[in-house]
Write a protein that binds this ligand. Structure first.
Ligand code: GAR
Length: 320
C-alpha cells in the first residue's frame, strides 16, 4: 500500500497493546506502520519486544531527563517523521503544549467505557459500583484527562466471580482487538472521499458568498450571486484512471502548474480535461495533508473566480 501513516507507540511497561498494533500492521492492507517505539521508562518490557520485531526503539528516561524529557521526545518524533502517536499504557500526564502540537494526531487506549472511570483502578471501580459490563475505549487525546473524542469502544461482560485482576485480563483481550481496529478506521477516514469532501466543504464555505453545487456529478463550490456564480473548487475522485482523491483549484497558468507539479509531485497533479484551463489538483488522500495550506489555496482560487465587487471588499479588508 502506498504511503502508509507512520505511527509512534509510547509505552511505560508491558507493551501488549503495542504488540497488538505491530502485529495488525503486518496485514497487507493496513494503512499504518509502527516506525518508532518509545516512552518514559528505559526498562519497559515492551521496548524489548519492539526491538526483537525490528522496530526502531528509543529508550528515554523521563525521570533522569526531567524538564528536558518532552523536548527530547518531540525531537525524536520529528526526526522519525511521525504522523500519529498511539499511547499504549503510557502512564504519564502529557503537558498541554505537547498535546496542542499533536492535536488530532494522538490517540490513547483506556480500560473503561469512558466517560466512566477516568484515571486508575478502573476495573475495581466497576466492581465496587456493581456494574454488569466493563470495557475499553480508544479516544483522541486532549489536555483533559481521558476526555477527548471517542473513536471506538468495546464492552466486556462482568462475571459474578470476577476480581479486578480477572476482569483486567479479559478487558485486555478486548483491547488488543479494539486498538488496531480503531486506529485503522480512524486513518482510513482520511482516505475516504466523503470525509475529505466534508473537510474541504467546511473550509470552502467559510469564504464569502460561496455555495455548494455539483459539477458533472462532482461536489464543488461556487462564488458569487446565483446568476453569475463561478466554480472555484471541485472535488476529484480518482477520475480517469488517476489514483488520487483531491480538489481542483485555479492556479495562475500553465507555467505555475508545471513548476508546482515538478517540484512536489506527491502533492500536486494535472487533472485530465481540467488541466488546460488552469485547474490544478491537490492530492488529499494522504496522511500528511496540511489543511491550512489547502485553506490558503481555496482562498486564492476564490479570489481568482470571485466577481470584482467581492475581491475589492476583500482587498479593502486586508488593507484595513
Ligand atoms: C492497558 O490495559 C491500557 O488500557 C492501560 O494500561 C494497560 C497497558 O497494558 N492504560 C491506561 O490505564 C491509561 N490510562 P499494556 O502495556 O500491556 O498495553
Amino acid at each position: 500500500m502506498a504511503d502508509r501513516s507512520r505511527v509512534a507507540v509510547l509505552i511505560s511497561g508491558r507493551g501488549s497493546n503495542m504488540a497488538a498494533l505491530i502485529y495488525a500492521s503486518r496485514a497487507e492492507d493496513c494503512p499504518y506502520e509502527v516506525v518508532l517505539v518509545t516512552g518514559d521508562k528505559p526498562d519497559a518490557h515492551g521496548l524489548e519486544i519492539a526491538k526483537a520485531e525490528g522496530i526502531q526503539v528509543e529508550p528515554l528516561d523521563a525521570r533522569a531527563l526531567g524538564a528536558a524529557y518532552w523536548d527530547r521526545l518531540q525531537q525524536r518524533l520529528d526526526e522519525t517523521g511521525i504522523d500519529l502517536i498511539a499511547l499504549a499504557g503510557f502512564m504519564r500526564i502529557i503537558p498541554a503544549d505537547f498535546v496542542a502540537r499533536w492535536a488530532g494526531r494522538i490517540v490513547n487506549i483506556h480500560p473503561s467505557l469512558l466517560p466512566k472511570y477516568k484515571g486508575l483502578h478502573t476495573q475495581q471501580q466497576a466492581l465496587d459500583n456493581g456494574d454488569t459490563v466493563s470495557g475499553a475505549t480508544v479516544h483522541l487525546v486532549t489536555p483533559g484527562l481521558d476526555s477527548g473524542e471517542i473513536l471506538g469502544q468495546v464492552e466486556v461482560a462482568i462475571l459474578p466471580s470476577d476480581t479486578a485482576e480477572t476482569l483486567e485480563e479479559r478487558v485486555l483481550i478486548a483491547e488488543h482487538q479494539l486498538y488496531p481496529d480503531t486506529v485503522i478506521r480512524f486513518l482510513n477516514r482520511t482516505r475516504d472521499f466523503d470525509w475529505i469532501t466534508g473537510k474541504v466543504s467546511e473550509l470552502a464555505l467559510k469564504l464569502p458568498e460561496t455555495s455548494f453545487q455539483t459539477s458533472h456529478g462532482s461536489p464543488g463550490w461556487k462564488v458569487g450571486s446565483k446568476s453569475g456564480s463561478k466554480f472555484f473548487a471541485i472535488m476529484w475522485n480518482r477520475h480517469h484512471g488517476e489514483e488520487n482523491i483531491g480538489v481542483l483549484l485555479k492556479c495562475s497558468g500553465q507555467d505555475e502548474m508545471a513548476q508546482l507539479i515538478e517540484a512536489e509531485p506527491e502533492q500536486y497533479f494535472r487533472p485530465a480535461y481540467y488541466g488546460p484551463s488552469d485547474w490544478i489538483g491537490i492530492k488529499l488522500d494522504r496522511p500528511r495533508v496540511d489543511w491550512d495550506h489547502v485553506a490558503g489555496w481555496l482562498q486564492r482560487s476564490w479570489q481568482a473566480m470571485a466577481p470584482p465587487r467581492l475581491t475589492k471588499l476583500m482587498r479593502a479588508a486586508d488593507e484595513f
